[in-house]
Design a binder for this molecule. Structure first.
Ligand code: SAH
Length: 276
């Protein structure tokens, strides 16, 4: 692996730095929005919620189950899940500050049907025995992990037989007039590593999971970019304090460019661990 691949400690640093700023944005959701189609007039906040619903629908949780939220951010999706389902959810993040904030949000939450707790853990090396969970959801955390086979194997290990995985990820996809290798390089940084949509099925199988659904929803998510850019601009001073003016301008420009790159796409996946 080259220097230019994400490492857990770099990702932890990134989110530790940005957590407080991001907590004020997007209702605490650190993922894309989902719109049903061109006629869907949902606001960004509604679209964020619709994305979480898409992931929950594929997770298909049942009362009494224990679900792992792998890469929980500041807890918005896990709390959303706990709002409606009488289940137990353990959320993990590599960033201690995110876990502190998510735990605070869980303490303050009222009227939840389920129970939620958050802890610091590395998805590459999950601190749970085999078969601990009935389900795993992962909303945009895989994109930070260069060795996707390893993470998927860890997920397969901690799932009980027939347990489900529901995953949302940012991916590179094949489109006419490809831009070529330069895009793959741009899609891999110290904290970011996009997988290829075409390869996901194989990755799941290699890890011992059975793919149930792999759906390209890029066109349902593309409207998110301007909101990300506007959100970051609204916290300009905070961002500059933590990442510096130059880095801030660079990320903003990248955000503006991403919208225009058809190879950058979004996938929703459902998979399960075989019965035995
Ligand atoms: N799922 C959340 C957060 C998405 S941001 C939401 O939708 O709001 C990506 C998350 O993945 C962050 O919480 C980050 O800490 C987590 N993450 C990235 N690499 C990780 C790793 N190796 N182990 C555990 N969590 C990781």
């Amino acid at each position: 692996m080259t220097e230019n691949t994400p490492s857990s400690s770099k990702v932890a640093e990134l989110y530790d730095e940005l957590t407080v700023t991001q907590a004020g944005l997007w209702n605490g959701n650190l993922h894309y929005g989902y719109w049903t189609g061109p006629d869907d007039s949902s606001s960004f906040e509604e679209a964020l919620d619709q994305m979480t619903e898409q992931v929950i629908r594929r997770l298909d949780p049942r009362p009494g189950q224990h679900v792992l939220d792998l890469g929980c951010g500041i807890g918005a999706p896990a709390l959303r899940l706990a709002r409606d389902y009488p289940i137990r959810i353990t959320g993990i993040s590599i960033s201690p500050r995110q876990v502190d904030l998510a735990s605070e949000r869980a303490r303050d939450a009222t009227g939840l049907a389920g129970e939620v707790s958050f802890e610091v853990a590395d998805a590459m090396n999950l601190p749970y025995p085999d078969g601990s969970f009935d389900g795993v959801m992962s909303l945009e955390s895989m994109v930070h992990m260069p060795d996707k086979t390893r993470v998927l194997k860890e997920i397969a290990r901690v799932l009980r037989p027939s347990g489900r995985l529901s995953l949302a990820d940012i991916v590179l996809r094949t489109v006419p007039d490809q831009r070529g290798d330069s895009l793959q390089e741009a899609a891999t940084t110290e904290t970011f590593s996009m997988g290829k949509l075409d390869e996901y099925g194989e990755l799941l199988s290699e890890a011992g999971l059975v793919p149930l659904e792999i759906t390209d929803v890029s066109e349902h998510t593309r409207r998110s970019y301007p909101y990300f850019v506007a959100g970051a601009e609204s916290c300009r001073e905070d961002y500059i304090r933590v990442i510096g003016l130059e880095e801030f301008e660079k990320r903003l420009e990248e955000g503006r460019q991403l919208e225009l790159v058809p190879e950058i796409g979004y996938v929703l996946i459902a998979a399960k661990r075989p019965e035995s």
